[in-house]
Design a binder for this molecule. Structure first.
Ligand code: DAH
Length: 346
């Protein structure tokens, strides 16, 4: 009889006094799983007469409640039972998540972003060109003479196309200047980050690819004073107010006059260290006034317009910021190196 069974199990449940998580689990397996006592009594309930149903429905529901409450109470008493029992199969949604490792930004991305942000605030827009370039954009338009040594196979990766024409992997981001100027008229005020390639043996100090940021400003009456002022501002923003700056005359085919810019060593503050080879100064970029030939090559009236340009290596700037002495670290993807930098917030 159903009523008898219910009475008997009720007594058993009321007397249940677990000593361990194991007992609690045994209780669950006996009463609460899908082939357990509670379910089977409900099955049996379906077969009884309707008069009996009227009486037993309530009794059975109370019995079920009793079994569940007893289990809950016992689980709480033996915490582990809750984990290893019911919750193992259904998952306890109240438990904290397992956590996962968040990535970090690559140091070169961090520094590129910092550089770009400084110039954006001065009204520079970001422009991009192609990593695979033709001779015109990488060399000829930039006033490189046909026999210029930079075109040499030793420096440049030449790639043969199927149509027989050579293309190059761009050796500098100055090629983006040309793309920009060819496609519009001044004023131009752009910052151009990107990856460049040179045919160099890989070592701590040289790599076959690295990253540059190019800057270009072309308008009426742009002068060398504008260039200096902009770069002073840039350096102080990046390395701090007390950083000293000096310009040395230099030569680039695409600028006239040309200069290289040094800053007081950001690591030893000018006292002399390994990074600055004891000189207290480190070179961080090349710059100059855009050569009128370059403007004309890009269809810009060099009598009306003048401009300045500069180019810097992101690796160099990063090395000085974080005291990194081996370029290979940037491309080896060693998590021990990469995880030292700012964690990406996602
Ligand atoms: N393109 C030069 C290089 O790769 C860097 C450079 C120097 C860029 C002077 C410039 C510049 O725009 O004016 O070494």
């Amino acid at each position: 009889m159903l009523q008898d069974k219910i009475t008997q199990y009720t007594q058993e449940i009321e007397a249940f006094a677990p000593n361990s998580a194991h007992d609690v689990e045994a209780f669950r397996l006996k009463f609460l799983v899908s082939k357990g006592v509670v379910k089977s009594l409900f099955e049996e309930f379906k077969t009884v007469s309707s008069e009996e149903k009227r009486v037993l429905g309530k009794v059975l529901n109370e019995f079920k409640q009793l079994a569940e409450n007893k289990f809950k109470e016992a689980s709480e008493q033996f915490n582990n039972a809750a984990d290893s029992g019911q919750n193992k199969s259904e998952g306890d949604l109240t438990l904290p998540g397992e956590g996962f490792q968040v990535g970090s930004r690559h140091p070169l991305s961090l520094v590129r972003k910092e550089i770009v942000e400084i110039f954006k605030k001065l009204g520079f827009v970001v422009a991009e060109g192609n990593e695979i370039e033709d001779d015109w954009h990488n060399f000829s338009a930039l006033n490189f003479a046909p026999e210029h040594p930079a075109r040499d196979m030793q420096d440049t990766f030449f790639v043969k196309k199927q149509d027989g024409n050579d293309v190059v992997l761009r050796t500098h981001t100055s090629s983006v200047q040309v793309r920009l100027m060819e496609n519009g008229q001044p004023p131009f005020r752009a910052i151009m980050p990107g990856r460049v390639y040179r045919n160099e043996a890989i070592s701590a100090r040289a790599h076959c690819f690295f990253h540059q940021v190019e800057g270009l400003y072309v308008d009426e009456e742009v002068s060398f004073a504008d260039l200096k002022q902009t770069l002073y501002h840039f350096v102080k923003e990046l390395y701090g107010e007390d950083t000293k700056v000096r310009f040395r005359p230099s030569y680039f085919p695409f600028t006239e006059p040309s200069a290289e810019m040094d800053i007081s060593c950001s690591i030893c503050k000018g006292a002399g260290c390994q990074m600055c080879k004891q000189s207290g100064w480190v070179e961080i970029l090349g710059c100059g006034m855009v050569d009128p030939n370059v403007l004309e090559n890009c269809g810009i009236d060099s009598k009306k317009y003048s401009g300045y340009a500069f180019g810097m290596g992101i690796e160099r700037i990063t090395n000085l910021k974080y005291e990194i002495r081996d370029l290979r670290l940037f491309s080896e993807n060693d998590v021990r190196f990469l995880s030292q930098f700012e964690t990406e917030i996602i």
